[in-house]
Design a binder for this molecule. Structure first.
Ligand code: COA
Length: 433
């Protein structure tokens, strides 16, 4: 005896009206439990809705482009009564309701989960079956392949539309991993894992779960730290004149409801330097064979929020005035702190700036924000004695910390960029040239 069961959209957290971007099944096809029925995409993520049980597809109630929310009827599945019961997971079975007339049952599928788990094994590329990859944009075919290879999609840079991970990205990732393995010393040691320690043996403790943003950024930072051979070049820019100009314009800016901070001047100076040194406004191709030079100047700005670090992107910095940039910077950092940034707001940077100048400190070593090849860290400007014309005079010095990918940029280029940037900040008339 066979049963007809309705499969409905499960609880998607706070997502509603998610668009269907792929339907990888066909009417008449026999499918396995957990096989993807449809793929949804919202502003924040794409996710598969897997079949809660095995069966034969009788009807597909939706089409690509439809928007669906919790409870919407997506697929009618025919199951063998006995096997269906045997294959259902207890959680899914609990939600089944029977409509006596048509012997049709409703099932709410279980979504591919959306919280990413931190990778903590020796090999960061390998994830367990349970690792959540729901925040990554990828089609079901790519997801299936990644599952089969035990790959964590979060660690793969997507080159498709909106950063979508496509099959080629997966292949390139595996190739580069194989190359790395081939080139390793052959000790087979890999990365050591951190020991698990029961700290309560030393005193009282409390476990506080990491925020979703912290878990995600931990993965990206770890990946970037491992993949990029970093060098950090330090320098100081004399911004005495710049600061005098900024202060002189503060009232004018305030009249337009804008606050001019040093950061917008730094963004403009960075763009001038990027035009002079195009290799810094680039990405390394996935196979490591080419440098992809970008003709646009989109600058990622690290923003500190209570939930963790996010990096919204300010586009076309070369085409915007200081006041426009200051206004946009205030808007995006506000949006970041209200957790209103979409994934599109955080994509497409060609260079990144992390400014800790408003907080303090003298220097730090920022981690390159892949696929960028360089990042500028900015610390707090301070008056320091500078030797000029036979005497020490107080000048306002801005610490610059430029980290770059040594596969792309050599030390001399790093130093030249950093000197050029400091010159641009010391004399802002250079931007006009
Ligand atoms: N030196 C001295 N003072 C500085 C400065 C610098 N380099 N940069 C900023 N300031 C001053 C500003 O002028 C402002 O002073 P005021 O209030 O007296 O006018 C004050 O510091 C606060 O500036 P802030 O609010 O931080 O604005 P901003 O435009 O400099 O920065 C953000 C905006 C969003 C980047 C910033 O708020 C932020 O989140 N920074 C942290 C980034 C981060 O966490 N990076 C770490 C990544 S690992």
């Amino acid at each position: 005896m066979s049963n007809l069961k309705e499969v409905r959209v499960p609880d998607l957290g706070n997502v509603s009206g998610a668009a269907i971007i792929e339907i990888p099944i066909k009417v008449g096809e026999s499918i396995q439990a957990e096989q993807a029925l449809i793929t949804l995409e919202s502003d924040k993520a794409s996710m598969d809705i897997p079949a809660p049980f095995a069966g034969k597809v009788k009807e597909i109630k939706v089409k690509v482009g439809d928007k669906v929310s919790k409870g919407d009827f997506i697929v009618l599945l025919e199951t063998e009564a006995d096997t269906a019961v045997a294959e259902e997971k207890p959680a899914a079975k609990k939600e089944t309701t029977e409509t006596a007339a048509a012997n049709v049952q409703q099932e709410t599928a279980k979504p591919a989960e959306t919280i990413t788990t931190v990778v903590n094994t020796e090999d960061t590329a390998v994830s367990s079956e349970d690792d959540d990859q729901g925040d990554v944009h990828a089609g079901p075919g790519v997801r299936r392949l990644a599952r089969e290879f035990g790959l964590n999609l979060n660690l793969i840079t997507g080159t498709g539309q909106k950063g979508r991970v496509v099959k080629e990205d997966l292949q390139n990732f595996v190739k580069s991993r194989l190359n790395q393995t081939g080139q390793s010393s052959g000790t087979g040691a890999g990365l050591p894992s951190a020991p698990q320690i029961d700290f309560s043996q030393f005193g009282e403790t409390e476990n506080k779960p990491l925020s979703r943003i912290k878990k995600l950024s931990a993965q990206y930072l770890h990946r970037n730290w491992l993949l990029v051979p970093h060098v950090t070049q330090f320098n100081e820019a004399d911004i005495t004149e710049l600061e005098a100009f900024r202060k002189a314009q503060a009232a004018f800016a305030a009249k337009q409801n804008v606050k001019l901070t040093p950061l917008v001047f730094i963004m403009k100076a960075v763009v001038t330097a990027l035009k002079e040194f195009p290799a810094f406004n680039a990405s390394l191709s996935a196979d490591g064979e080419q440098l992809i030079l970008k003709k646009y100047f989109h600058i990622g700005i690290a923003v500190d929020t209570p939930e963790g670090l996010v990096v919204p992107v300010i586009r076309d910095v070369d085409k915007k005035s200081l006041l426009e940039l200051a206004k946009e910077l205030a808007e995006v950092s506000n949006k970041a702190r209200l957790k209103q940034l979409s994934s599109a707001d955080m994509q497409g940077s060609s260079f990144t700036i992390s400014s800790l100048g408003g907080i303090g400190g003298t220097a730090f070593t920022p981690i390159v924000n892949l696929p960028d090849v360089a990042i500028l860290g900015v610390s707090k400007a301070q008056f320091k004695p500078q030797y000029q014309d036979g005497e020490f005079i107080p000048r306002l010095m801005l610490p610059l910390c430029l980290s770059y990918d040594h596969r792309v940029i050599d030390g001399a280029e790093g130093a030249r960029f950093s000197v050029f940037l400091a010159d641009c900040l010391s004399d802002i008339r250079r931007w006009l040239l």
